[in-house]
Design a protein around this ligand. Structure first.
Ligand code: ATP
Ligand code: MG
Length: 190
């Protein structure tokens, strides 16, 4: 068995993906044409933990661990909130939209997933978790445009009912994602 590239994420309902796709399309003309790789609407997601190189035979064990963690968290709601650039607006690399997690449910879930992947042998993530939905990746050296380049998302909320282990196949046209395991949160759909 081989080694694949994986990450753990929350996928978005289609209407949220489409709303974010429209948001990205609205700010796209402000940026240099080839200066940003825009994420296809159906690929926009909320990463919880990037795992990177993962031996195929470990997928089942990660899935079982995710099922156990997810089963300890109730399904919850998030709201789209704000937009910005990492690391900052002067030297943008990632154009993102944020989520409001006022009750701390997302951070609690992410922290338990971090604990799980540490138990499974991954190195600790040293950077703080900053939840975001990546809309585009800015090529090195591209300057931010003048004026309105990072629009606010519409006021929309969505239910988080599961976390997914996703395989990412890097292709010239952008990463292709394939869900390898879906772990439902408690009370989903109730
Ligand atoms: P591409 O690399 O072709 O732009 P992508 O970034 O969507 O596509 P991956 O690089 O496989 O695909 O990343 C999958 C997810 O993990 C994305 O949300 C990405 O932002 C995140 N990610 C990738 N590398 C890291 C990392 N080193 N630390 C934290 N998150 C990461
Ligand atoms: Mg990447």
């Amino acid at each position: 068995m081989g080694v694949i590239r994986t990450f753990i994420a929350i996928r978005l309902p289609g209407e949220i993906e489409r709303a974010l796709g429209r948001l990205a399309a609205g700010i796209r003309p402000a940026w240099p044409e080839r200066g940003v790789r825009w994420v296809k609407a159906e690929n926009i997601h909320l990463t919880l933990r990037f795992l990177g190189a993962t031996e195929e035979e470990r997928v089942g064990g990660i899935g079982e661990g995710l099922a156990a963690v997810a089963g300890e968290h109730e399904a919850f709601e998030l709201a789209l909130a704000g937009s910005g650039c990492f690391p900052n607006g002067r030297r943008p690399r990632v154009i993102w939209t944020g989520v409001a997690d006022d009750a701390g449910r997302l951070v609690a879930l992410q922290s338990d997933i971090e604990g799980l992947v540490r138990e499974l042998g991954w190195e600790a993530e040293t950077r703080d978790y900053r939840p975001h939905l990546t809309l585009g990746r800015v090529r090195q050296g591209v300057k931010p445009p003048q004026g309105y380049w990072c629009g606010d998302p519409p006021a929309m909320t969505f239910a988080v009912g599961a976390v997914e282990l996703i395989e990412s196949a890097l292709q010239p046209g952008g990463a292709e994602y394939r869900t390898r395991y879906t772990a439902p949160l408690r009370g989903r759909g109730v």
